[in-house]
Design a protein around this ligand. Structure first.
Ligand code: NAP
Length: 495
C-alpha cells in the first residue's frame, strides 16, 4: 500500500455496480474520507498494477469509529435476534450473488489463483448463514439454587447470554474474505458492534463485504471499517476501554503486542504456526502425497495451517518423496487470472526474498533442496527440502511460503516428539500408523486440531478452530466465536 494525497472520491463508497476499487472509511453508517485526507493505492502482488484505492485512517478516525460503535452497540443489542437473523440472511444472499466479483477482488489484491479465490468467495454466504443461525441460539440455563445448602425454594436463578458490546476485529492478508467473516459475521449475529481493521495489503475484499452488510440493513455504527496502518490503528483500538473484545488473527509477534496492550478485555489470538504432518508405516502413500502437494502450497503456502513440516518414518520416506516430487513439480506458477495457474506470487517481493533466504539457509546448514526454491520477483517455485533437522530454524520458525520441510524419524514416539517440538500448536495431520497410534496421536499432539487421514490444511467453518502454545488462544468457528463474543450474566430472583 503506498500513500498518496487526498482524492476527489475520498468519501465515496463503491460496491457492485460502481468502481469496485475505490473506498472511503466506513464510520457511523457513512463512507467518509480519513480525517487527515490520506489515500493509498492497493497494488496487485502479481504485476504491481493498481487495483484499488482506500482511505488511510489515523487515530482520530479510530476515535470516531469507536464512538459510533458504542452508539451502534446500544441499538443492536436491543434488536431482536430474529431481526438480526433476517438482516444477516440478506447479507448471505448478497454474498452468494457477488461471489464472482468478490473472487476477482481477492485475486487482484492477494494474488492467489482465481480458482482458490472462488472457493473462498463461495464459502462467504454459507459462513454468514451459519453465523446468523448461531446468533439465534443465545440460550441461558436454569440454576438449581436450592441444591446449595442454606438456599430454599424461594429463589429462582438463571443465566442470560448477552453481546459483549464493541468488538475490534483485526485480520491478516491471506484469506481476505473468510478471516474477516469469521469475526464480523458472528459479532453481528450475536448483537455486537464491530470495528474492523483489515490487512493493509488486502482491504478491498473487506470493504466489499462491509458494503454487503450495510446494504443488507445493518444499522449505522454497528459495522465500521478502518483501513490503514496496523501499528497506529491497532494500538488506538486495542487499548481503548470501550472495546470489550479484541479478536486478532495474524502473526505471533503482533499478537504478543496486542496481549500486552489490551488490558482487562476479552481477547482471542489466532496466531502463527509450523504445522506438522506425520507419515507413518501403513500410510496410503498416494493419498498422503496428494494431500501434502495441496496442503503445502495452497495460497503459496501463506496459510496458518499450511503443511510446513512433513515428519516421515524412515520406512516410508523414500516412497513418499517419489510420489510427492512429481506432484509438486506439476504445480503451475503464473498469472492468478490465467486458466491452469495453481500457484500465485507471495503477497510481496520482500516476502519472497525472505522465503528464498530461509530455504538457502536450511541448505547451507545441511538440508537438501530436492526441487524448487527459486525466486523470481514475488514468486518462489514450490520447494521440497529434505533432511531438515527438527531443531533448525526452517522447522522451528513459521515459513509462510511454498515449501515443505521433510524430517526423517525412526519411531512413532520420535514422530510425536518432533510434532510437538516447536513453540507452536495450531494443527497437525497423521497418515498411516496403527489404530492405537492414531488414538495416541489425537491425544498427545499439542495442537488445536488433529486430522487423522489428512493434513492440517482442512477447515469447516463451523468447527472449533484455534491454536495452543504460541499459536494463540480462544476458538473461532461460528458457534465458538459467538460464545467468545458474548457474556454470561447470572440473574437471581429473591422471592
Ligand atoms: P500481521 O503482520 O501480524 O498482520 C495482521 C493484522 O494485524 C494486519 O491487519 C496488520 O495491519 C495488523 N497489525 C500490524 N501491527 C499491528 C499492531 N501493532 N497492533 C494491531 N494490529 C497490527 O500478519 P499477516 O502478515 O497479515 O498474516 C500472516 C500471519 O497471520 C501469519 O503469522 C499467520 O500464521 C497468521 N494467521 C493465523 C491464522 C490462525 O487462524 N491462527 C490464520 C491466518 C493467518 P497492517 O496490514 O496494516 O500491518
Amino acid at each position: 500500500m503506498s500513500e498518496q494525497s487526498a482524492h476527489p472520491h475520498a468519501a465515496r463508497a463503491t460496491g457492485a455496480g460502481g468502481d469496485p476499487g475505490s473506498y472511503g472509511l466506513l464510520v457511523a453508517g457513512e463512507w467518509r474520507a480519513a480525517a487527515g485526507g490520506a489515500r493509498a493505492e492497493i497494488r496487485s502482488p502479481y504485476d504491481g498494477r493498481t487495483v484499488g484505492e482506500v482511505a488511510v485512517a489515523s487515530a482520530a478516525d479510530a476515535e470516531a469509529a469507536l464512538a459510533a460503535a458504542e452508539r451502534g452497540a446500544a441499538v443492536w443489542r436491543r434488536t431482536p435476534a430474529h431481526e438480526r437473523f433476517a438482516i444477516l440472511s440478506r447479507a448471505a444472499e448478497l454474498a452468494d450473488a457477488r461471489a464472482d466479483v468478490l473472487a476477482a477482488t481477492i485475486s487482484a489484491e492477494n494474488g492467489k489463483p482465481l480458482a482458490e479465490s472462488l472457493g473462498e468467495a463461495r464459502r462467504s454466504g454459507a459462513l454468514i448463514r451459519l453465523a446468523a443461525h448461531e446468533g439465534t441460539q443465545l440460550y441461558g440455563e436454569g440454576l438449581p439454587l436450592d441444591a446449595n445448602p442454606g438456599t430454599g425454594l424461594d429463589k429462582v436463578g438463571f443465566t442470560l447470554r448477552q453481546p459483549v458490546g464493541v468488538v475490534v476485529a483485526i485480520t491478516p492478508f491471506n484469506y481476505p474474505a473468510l478471516l474477516v467473516l469469521h469475526k464480523v459475521a458472528p459479532a453481528l449475529a450475536a448483537g455486537n458492534a464491530v470495528v474492523l481493521k483489515p490487512a493493509s495489503a488486502t482491504p478491498l475484499t473487506a470493504l466489499a463485504l462491509a458494503s454487503i452488510f450495510v446494504e443488507a440493513g445493518v444499522p449505522a455504527g454497528v459495522i465500521s471499517v478502518l483501513t490503514g496502518p496496523g501499528g497506529e490503528l491497532g494500538d488506538a483500538l486495542v487499548s481503548d476501554p470501550r472495546v470489550r473484545k479484541v479478536s486478532f488473527t495474524g502473526s505471533t509477534s503482533v499478537g504478543e503486542r496486542i496481549a500486552s496492550l489490551a488490558g482487562v478485555t476479552k481477547l482471542s489470538l489466532e496466531l502463527g504456526a509450523s504445522s506438522p504432518t506425520l507419515v507413518l508405516p501403513g500410510a496410503d502413500i498416494e493419498r498422503a502425497a496428494a494431500a501434502i502437494a495441496a496442503g503445502g502450497y495452497v495460497n503459496a503456502g501463506q496459510v496458518c495451517i499450511s503443511v510446513q513440516r512433513v515428519i516421515a518414518h524412515r520406512d516410508v520416506e523414500g516412497d513418499l518423496l517419489d510420489a510427492l516430487r512429481p506432484k509438486v513439480e506439476a504445480i503451475r506458477m503464473g498469472d492468478p487470472f490465467a486458466d491452469g495457474t495453481t500457484l500465485g506470487p507471495l503477497i510481496a517481493e520482500r516476502e519472497a526474498e525472505r522465503v528464498a533466504a530461509s530455504i538457502a539457509r536450511a541448505v547451507d546448514d545441511g538440508a537438501t533442496l530436492l526441487t524448487g526454491g527459486e525466486r523470481d520477483g514475488a514468486f518462489v517455485s514450490p520447494a521440497i527440502v529434505t533432511g531438515v533437522d527438527t531443531h533448525h530454524a526452517f522447522a522451528q520458525e513459521e515459513l509462510f511460503g511454498p515449501a515443505v520441510a521433510v524430517t526423517s524419524v525412526d519411531s512413532f514416539d520420535a514422530a510425536i516428539d518432533a510434532a510437538n517440538g516447536t513453540a507452536y500448536g495450531l494443527a497437525a495431520g497423521v497418515f498411516g500408523g496403527t489404530l492405537a497410534e492414531g488414538v495416541r496421536a489425537m491425544r498427545e499432539i499439542d495442537a488445536g486440531s488433529v486430522h487423522l487421514g489428512w493434513t492440517p490444511l482442512w477447515r469447516a467453518d463451523l468447527m472449533p478452530y484455534g491454536g495452543l502454545k504460541a499459536s494463540g488462544y480462544g476458538k473461532e468457528g461460528v458457534r465458538s466465536t459467538v460464545q467468545e463474543m458474548t457474556e454470561v450474566k447470572t440473574v437471581v430472583m429473591h422471592g
